[in-house]
Ligand binder design. Structure first.
Ligand code: G3D
Ligand code: MG
Length: 223
């Protein structure tokens, strides 16, 4: 009843000890210069800046997403910098990923054509049944578009992927993209019985095996 609501207010505050936190690993894939790093920066810091250098590096950033008053998701979003040696680092990168954002540039036909190669890489390296999201980036450059939206949509449907188009530059659809993938990961884990809220531990590492975050941060160069 209504008379309970004021008494319960603290329970739903940010600080509550009973807040359930799911942790998900999401990785970014796609050919060089499609905007992987820009999408991540736009989501994490709401900024758009220069590309990172040309070294081969793996890095990840985390962000908390509130699902509701009692549940939140901590997203660990992994990005590569440079992709020439990608095959050599693939396995460690894919390990335990529950969501994959496969990105192309709507103004570059080659980046869309290589989606098929990335899907093979995913089949060979990713855990079974990650949520796949095909993402066409750079919608602010609509005049230079080479891939019609409908073509992206069909490619996604044919390959069991969710689909959207975004712009890291102006921020269009970026936040909703991460909300959607998070929702889809939760639904997928729930349907396979792997999402098991446990308020005692206040932390669920659903399908996410003890990644040593600090160590990964120290050793983020895999070359
Ligand atoms: P990558 O991490 O996939 O390799 P980057 O790609 O994020 O480094 O982006 C590659 C280039 O595309 C960068 O330009 C970046 O500024 C640009 N870019 C990324 N996203 C967008 C977008 O949404 N719109 C537009 N117009 N440009 C974008 P430079 O010139 O630095 O190479
Ligand atoms: Mg990059």
């Amino acid at each position: 009843g209504q008379n309970l609501s004021s008494g319960n207010e603290n329970i739903s505050s940010e600080e509550t000890i009973n807040k359930t936190t799911y942790e998900f690993k999401i990785i970014l894939l796609g050919s060089i210069a499609v905007g992987k790093t820009s999408i991540l920066n736009r989501y994490i810091t709401n900024s758009f800046s220069d590309k990172c250098g040309s070294t081969i590096k793996i890095d990840f950033k985390t962000k908390i997403m509130n699902i509701n008053d009692n549940v939140r998701a901590k997203l660990h979003i992994w990005d590569t910098c440079g992709d020439e040696k990608f095959r050599a680092i693939a396995r460690g990168y894919y390990k335990d990923a529950q969501g994959i954002l496969l990105i192309y540039d709507i103004t570059k036909r080659e980046s869309f054509d290589s989606i098929i190669n990335w899907l093979n890489e995913i089949r060979n390296n990713a855990p079974k049944n990650p949520v796949l999201f095909l993402v066409g980036n750079k919608t602010d450059l609509n005049k230079e578009r080479q891939i019609p939206t409908q073509e992206g949509k069909i490619k996604a449907e044919d390959n069991g992927m969710l689909f959207t188009e975004v712009s890291a530059k102006n921020g269009d659809n970026i936040h909703i993209l991460f909300e959607k993938i998070c929702e889809a990961i939760m639904a997928s884990l729930e349907s396979s019985g792997e999402l098991k809220p446990n308020k005692e531990s206040n932390k669920i590492l659903a399908n996410f095996k003890d990644i040593d975050i600090e160590e990964k941060k120290r050793n983020n160069c895999f070359c």
